[in-house]
Ligand binder design. Structure first.
Ligand SMILES: NC(=O)c1ccc[n+]([C@@H]2O[C@H](COP(=O)([O-])OP(=O)(O)OC[C@H]3O[C@@H](n4cnc5c(N)ncnc54)[C@H](OP(=O)(O)O)[C@@H]3O)[C@@H](O)[C@H]2O)c1
Length: 230
C-alpha cells in the first residue's frame, strides 16, 4: 500500500526535488503540498497524510513537527536547525501520540559515512575542526550538518559542542561540501564530502520515508536509523 505524504516547503529547492522523486514511486504519493503562505494545520486537516516531510526554513522544524504530531501525522524533518532540545520535545510528544518520526540533518549516504569515520578518527586524533561550504542562497550558518557533526564529535570526545570550531564558507559556484580536519604534530587528516546536487539526498529520503512509515513511537535523529535497518 502506498503511504500518503504531506510535502511541506513544496516550492523550495528540496521540495521541488522531492516532488519529482516521489512521482510514480510505488510506496509513496504526495497528497498535499504546503507553501509558506499556507497554514500547515489547516492544510493537514483537509487530507489524510501518513507522513509529513518538512524541508522549509532553518528553525521551523520543531514547530512543524509539533503541528504534524498533533494532526496524527508522522514527522520526517529534513529542515536545518533542529537542536537536541527540539528532538526531545518532539520525541516526548510522539510518545504521547503513539507515532514514530525522524529528524535527519543530512540524508546523504556519504555524510553518514563521513560522520562514522570522523568518530573513529576522533578516538586517535582529538584536535578537530569542521569546514562547511555552501551556495550563497543558504540562509543558515553553520549548516545543520556541521552542527550535527560537531554534536556527535563532542559526545564522543566528552567536550562541549562549542569547543569544536566550525568554519562556514558561502560562495557562488558551491553547492554543499563539508571537511572534517584532524590535526596532530606533523600531519593533518581531512575527511571531505562533496555534494553536487539534490540527487545525493534521494536514496536517503526514500529510506527515511520507509523507516518513518513503520517507526515505533518516538522521534529519533539521524539517517543511520533508516540505513542500518535496511
Ligand atoms: N536534511 C538534508 O539532507 C537537507 C538537504 C538540503 C537542504 N536541507 C535543509 O532543508 C531546508 C530547505 O532547503 P532548500 O534548499 O529547499 O531551501 P529553499 O529553496 O529556501 O526552500 C525552502 C522553502 O520553504 C518555504 N517555507 C518557508 N516557510 C514555510 C512554511 N512555514 N511553510 C511552508 N513552506 C515554507 C519557502 O518559501 P518562501 O521562499 O516563500 O519563504 C521555500 O519555498 C533548509 O533548512 C536546508 O538547510 C536539508
Amino acid at each position: 500500500m502506498s503511504t500518503a505524504v504531506a510535502l511541506i516547503g513544496a516550492e523550495g529547492r528540496m521540495g521541488r526535488y522531492c516532488d519529482q522523486l516521489l512521482e510514480d514511486h510505488p510506496d509513496f504519493h504526495i497528497v498535499c503540498r504546503v507553501t509558506s503562505d499556507q497554514d500547515l494545520a489547516a492544510e493537514l486537516a483537509q487530507v489524510e497524510s501518513g507522513i509529513g516531510l518538512d524541508f522549509t526554513r532553518a528553525g521551523l522544524g520543531r514547530e512543524h513537527g509539533r503541528v504534524l504530531l498533533q494532526a496524527g501525522v508522522r514527522p520526517l524533518i529534513g529542515t536545518s536547525g533542529m537542536q537536541p532540545a527540539d528532538d526531545l520535545f518532539l520525541h516526548e510528544l510522539a510518545l504521547e501520540s503513539g507515532l514514530g518520526g525522524l529528524v535527519v540533518p543530512n540524508f546523504s549516504l556519504g555524510v553518514w559515512l563521513q560522520q562514522k569515520l570522523s568518530l573513529l578518527a576522533a578516538k586517535h586524533m582529538g584536535q578537530v575542526e569542521i569546514q562547511e561550504e555552501h551556495h550563497i542562497h543558504k540562509t543558515d550558518a553553520p549548516s545543520g550538518t556541521a552542527l550535527d557533526t560537531a554534536l556527535q564529535l563532542s559526545e564522543a570526545l566528552g567536550r562541549p559542542c562549542d569547543q569544536i570550531p566550525i568554519h562556514s564558507v558561502r560562495l557562488p559556484g558551491l553547492y554543499s561540501n563539508q571537511t572534517v580536519l584532524f590535526g596532530a604534530p606533523g600531519q593533518i587528516l581531512r575527511l571531505t564530502h562533496e555534494t553536487y546536487g539534490q540527487k545525493a539526498f534521494g536514496p536517503g529520503i526514500i529510506a527515511a520515508l520507509h523507516y518513518v512509515a513503520q517507526a515505533p513511537p518516538g522521534v529519533q535523529r539521524g539517517i543511520g536509523h533508516a540505513l542500518e535497518n535496511d
